[in-house]
Every structure is written in structure tokens, then in C-alpha cells.
Design a protein around this ligand. Structure first.
Ligand SMILES: [Cu+2]
Length: 362
């Protein structure tokens, strides 16, 4: 009898191990990112040229200060000391002004240890993921206690840890592919913050479909492209930019009601006129483009790929449609090698330099 029960226990144990291995092909993880908002001088056209047309940049608009501005951007560090930046690989250089890509699989937990090195309060607010009030990163009258508001306004030099869950509803729906894209951005003073620069992408991959780094198994190359009208007259550095002769060498003065359309820069990943480093891919690769946009006065965009087609929402096209704060997936299997134009099809945006290139290698 004793022997039998031992055998039964052994069988049960083996059975449960086998069951566990079968039921949990990928283990839920906690993915921790160390992200600071750092002050930089950002150059929208570092070559000083229009690289699409191979000519000098167009003359500055009357109220445009220049091509470089004080901005705050999210950057990834190796650990909580925030001493060493995590290097960005050359093939990711095109990400430009975007913060680090946060990857997660359904079932995971994302922890963002955020340090604010900017001179005014900022936050990290995530779209799509599950957060409690203490990790929302957006101050407004929501009736919660002061303790729950610490993450809603992180002062200069302070650190705050945000914790976001990644439930099923943060991942792909039945009509999606194996991953979806969200954004995270500062929401302390939302309009000012987004025009100031701290914004980045989040990819959530379906359960069981993620590689170890969280990216989808059935995709060979992920590309991120954020179409943004940066309205520098709404930036939180507006006064700092006006009064800095390095930024404002012509001593442009705000006159009358310096309206929100006076100093706009039209960008993809923070670059104008083809200055975005050219991302590359190969013929036949499964390339997933994640398209984002921001929220100025007219952030409606029509990204158009020359040379290759994509599938958006199950339909074939070579032109996507983005409204403000859009988060859209476009899948491409390039078959046409070459260096191709990738630009916004809204005329005033195209004329303003919202154009880049991508390269398909044979
Ligand atoms: Cu556009």
C-alpha cells in the first residue's frame, strides 16, 4: 500500500512537471527598463542639407529659430545608477528622437525606473498596458490620495518606478498580427511635453509568440517610424530656446500672439529632409513597420512607401493613414531592392521635409 502511494505520488509529480512544461511554453517575465529624460540639443537636420534633393536646406521660415533646439528625450541606461547609457546599435540609429523600444509578451510585467534629468517635472504615461492610479503618470482631478500621485509629476533629479501589467487586452486581438504597438510619453503637461520630445514605442507580442527579447518570432525586422509635427512654440523649452543665441542666432522675437503654427518642424523620428539614418532590410524578410504619430495642430499623416507594398488592417496598400497619436502596424515582405523614398503625402508636410528613405538589400 505504501509502495503504491509512493508510485502514485511519483507519477503525479512527473505528470505535473510535464503539464507545467506543456502549459507554459514561455514564462511570464518582469522586464525592467532604466529610462531617463535627458536634456539635449536636438538637430532635426544634422547634415545641414536636404539629403533627398541633394541641396541646401530651405531658408528658415520667418519665426523659425533654426534646425537645433533644446529638447528632452527618453534615453535608456544600463542600471539604476543612471551613469552609463545603453548603447544603440548602428542598425537602430534611425530611431532618432524615439525613446528606447519597450518589448513585452502578454502575461509579462513592465517596470520602468524613470529618472527625470530635465529642468521641469515630467512623467511616463503608457498607452494600452494595465496600470493602477499610482503608475498612470498623468495629473488630473481623479479623486485619489496624494500617495498615488507621486508618479504624476516627477520633479527634476527625482526617480519614480512605474509598474505596468501586460494582460491579454494589451496584446493582439484576433484581427491583429503577432504583435501590436503602443506609445509611452510624458503627460505632466501633455501638449507641452509631447512637443518637447519624451516619447517612445511599446511592442506587445502575443503569448507564446515572443523571442527572448520580447519581439515577435514571425518577424525578421522591426522598423519604427514616428510622424511628428514638432511645434517648437509649444515646447517647454520655448523661452530657453528664444533666449539662447546658439539656438536663436537671428534673435527672433516672439511678436503678438506667437501662434502655434509659427515654428513647426515636420519630422520622421525627429529628422527632416531625409536626415534620418537609412534603415535597411533584405528582400524576402518579414518586416513589420510600426507607425506612430504625435499630437500638434495637424498631426494627420499619410506615410507612403515607394518600391514596396504593405498590409495594413488586412488590406494591401502602399499608403497608410494616421490621425493624431496613431499606433498602426504595417507588414511588408520587400521584393524590390533599392533605396526608396518613405514620406508623408500631405503636401505641406512633404514640402516641410517630412521625408526619409529605407533600403532594401538584395
Ligand atoms: Cu504628414
Amino acid at each position: 500500500m505504501l509502495k503504491l502511494s509512493r508510485v502514485a505520488a511519483f507519477v503525479a509529480m512527473v505528470g505535473s512537471v510535464v503539464l507545467l512544461a506543456w502549459a507554459a511554453p514561455s514564462q511570464a517575465r518582469t522586464r525592467t527598463y532604466y529610462i531617463a529624460a535627458d536634456e539635449v540639443i536636438w538637430n532635426y537636420a544634422p547634415s545641414g542639407e536636404d539629403l533627398i534633393a541633394q541641396r541646401p536646406l530651405p531658408p528658415l521660415a520667418p519665426m523659425q529659430l533654426g534646425w537645433s533646439y533644446h529638447k528632452a528625450i527618453y534615453r535608456e541606461y544600463l542600471d539604476s545608477t543612471f551613469r552609463k547609457l545603453k548603447p544603440r546599435s548602428p542598425e537602430d540609429a534611425y530611431l532618432g528622437i524615439l525613446g528606447p523600444v519597450i518589448h513585452a509578451e502578454v502575461g509579462d510585467t513592465v517596470v520602468v525606473v524613470f529618472r527625470n534629468n530635465a529642468r521641469f517635472p515630467l512623467t511616463v504615461h503608457a498607452h494600452g498596458l494595465f496600470y493602477t492610479k499610482s503608475s498612470e503618470g498623468a495629473p488630473y482631478q481623479d479623486g485619489v490620495s496624494a500617495w498615488n500621485k507621486n508618479g504624476d509629476s516627477v520633479p527634476q533629479g527625482q526617480t519614480f518606478t512605474y509598474t505596468w501589467q501586460v494582460p491579454e487586452r494589451a496584446g493582439p486581438a484576433p484581427g491583429d498580427g503577432s504583435s501590436v504597438v503602443w506609445m509611452y510619453h510624458s503627460h505632466q503637461d501633455e501638449v507641452g511635453d509631447v512637443n518637447t520630445g519624451p516619447i517612445g514605442p511599446i511592442v506587445v507580442t502575443a503569448k507564446g509568440m515572443a523571442k527572448a527579447d520580447g519581439s515577435p518570432k514571425d518577424v525578421d525586422r522591426e522598423i519604427f517610424a514616428m510622424f511628428a509635427q514638432f511645434d517648437e512654440s509649444s515646447s517647454r523649452y520655448f523661452q530657453a530656446n528664444i533666449s539662447d543665441p546658439r539656438i536663436n542666432p537671428r534673435h527672433v522675437k516672439p511678436v503678438g500672439n506667437f501662434s502655434t503654427t509659427d515654428d513647426d518642424i515636420w519630422t520622421i523620428n525627429g529628422y527632416s529632409f531625409g536626415n534620418m539614418p537609412v534603415p535597411s532590410m533584405r528582400v524576402g524578410q518579414r518586416v513589420r513597420w510600426y507607425l506612430l504619430s504625435t499630437m500638434s495642430d495637424f498631426d494627420f499623416h499619410a506615410p507612403h512607401w515607394h518600391g514596396n507594398t504593405v498590409v495594413v488592417n488586412g488590406m494591401r496598400t502602399d499608403l497608410a493613414q494616421l490621425g493624431p497619436m496613431a499606433m498602426t502596424v504595417a507588414d511588408m515582405i520587400p521584393d524590390d531592392a533599392g533605396t526608396w523614398l518613405f514620406h508623408c503625402h500631405v503636401n505641406v508636410h512633404l514640402a516641410g521635409g517630412m521625408e526619409a528613405r529605407y533600403r532594401v538589400l538584395p
